[in-house]
Ligand binder design. Structure first.
Ligand SMILES: Cc1ncc(COP(=O)(O)O)c(C=O)c1O
Length: 385
């Protein structure tokens, strides 16, 4: 078999392994899904059916995306992210994932180092490896609600450092990095001429007054930041596979060279869905957000009862949280999660899936119906008694 070292070095995903195992049991309570369980809003579906019936969706679009969609994205970036963009600075992508992959490929040469505050979304680490880059994992400060460790990031910079890659709000910790910390990070990027690749998939889901901040809103950083967004979480559009990148025009024209061989263009039917999502009522975002807030509060209340098993930081964003397992049982989070599945029929994600600093944790998702949370915790209370 001829398998590249790039691919060979990548371990099987613990997330997919848990999903596979979960399917072996009946009546599992799932807290491992990181995808919205609500359907895509009807007005979005209807607009796509209309576009299909009009025969608009059968061909490729411009590789950077339909101009009408990019115009709507520019409006959204101004309104919600405080970013002054032009349509020449946008590429519509196959979800945030393809945008992130193209961003990394356009930035990283073999052997270049990319700083990733961890625990983080494991795909970021994989993408750096696929570009033959070297992931440099810098632990978040758990005692400070998984804050960015600016001093440790500064110390980790070497002549090979090319980029910093992060998601806020965070998968898996639910942290929202505050504006002042991101401004500090931006200064470091400017000083060392680093590219910052952002993943803002959960931008609309913040709680308790915490606010999402987009680094690209800092004008001095226009040549340093590549921002990645998606429709997946905001409009419950997981399966449509549609997102977008914003960056300076010169950078975008280089990223496009990576985007075309990865995708040619984003699915055209999904581009029409995205136009409808941006043009239509935004009420669904408020509804999702208030559901997630209620679900988060319920999950925290239920976790409080299990305070001899877990300790946790209350997440201020996303729909995920990352409790720490108290004692030695957490030293092997894969076994811990497997046992929980086997013995209690509760599916969780082992923390090790999010980098070595994720060990001793599990990731729980609260983008599920409240009944699912109650079912899972009723079972865990019995199991840990
Ligand atoms: C942080 C983060 N980024 C990106 C994605 C994937 O986004 P998309 O469906 O737009 O590719 C996910 C999905 O779980 C995620 O959690």
């Amino acid at each position: 078999m001829n398998i590249s070292n790039r691919v060979n070095q990548i371990k099987k995903s613990a997330i997919h392994e848990m999903t596979r195992l979960s399917k072996q049991y009946d009546d599992v309570a799932f807290l491992s899904w990181a995808k919205p369980t609500t359907g895509t809003p009807k007005h979005i579906n209807d607009a796509v059916i209309e576009a299909i019936n009009k025969g608009l969706t059968g061909g490729y679009s411009q590789s950077e995306g339909l101009p009408e969609l990019r115009e709507e994205i520019v409006r959204k970036l101004k309104r919600d992210n405080n970013i002054d963009a032009d349509i020449s600075q946008i590429i519509v992508t196959v979800g945030a994932i393809e945008g992130l992959a193209a961003s990394v490929l356009a930035t990283v040469d073999p052997g270049d180092e990319v700083i990733l505050p961890t625990p983080t979304y494991s795909t970021h680490i994989t993408q750096v490896k696929l570009a033959s880059g070297v992931p440099v994992l810098i632990p978040l400060i758990e005692e400070e609600k998984f804050a960015l460790d600016i001093e440790a990031i500064k110390k980790a910079i070497t002549p090979r450092t090319k980029a910093i890659m992060y998601c806020t709000p965070s998968n898996p910790t639910g942290t929202v990095f505050p504006e002042n910390t991101l401004r500090d990070l931006g200064k470091i990027a400017l000083e060392h001429n680093l590219t910052v690749i952002t993943d803002e998939a959960y931008e609309y889901f913040t709680f308790d007054g915490s606010k999402h901040f987009s680094m690209a809103s800092i004008p001095e950083l226009s040549k340093n930041v590549i921002s990645n967004y998606t429709f997946t979480k905001t409009y419950a559009m997981t399966g449509w596979r549609i997102g977008y990148i914003h960056a300076d025009e010169e950078i975008i024209s280089q990223i496009k060279k990576a985007h075309i061989p990865l995708a040619i263009c984003a699915p055209v039917a999904s581009q029409y869905a995205a136009i409808a999502a941006l043009k239509g009522s935004q009420d669904c975002i408020k509804e999702f957000s208030s559901h997630y807030l209620k679900a988060r509060n319920l999950m925290c209340e239920r976790l409080d009862i299990l305070n001899s098993v877990f300790e946790y930081n209350k997440p201020e964003g996303s729909y995920l949280m990352f409790p720490k397992i108290i004692g030695d049982a957490g030293n092997d989070s894969i076994t811990f999660s497997k046992n929980l599945l086997k013995e209690a029929r509760v599916s969780t994600t082992p923390g090790i899936a999010f980098g070595p600093t994720g060990e001793n944790h599990i990731r729980l998702s609260f983008c599920v119906p409240e009944e699912m949370i109650n079912k899972a915790f009723d079972r865990m209370e019995k199991y840990f008694k």
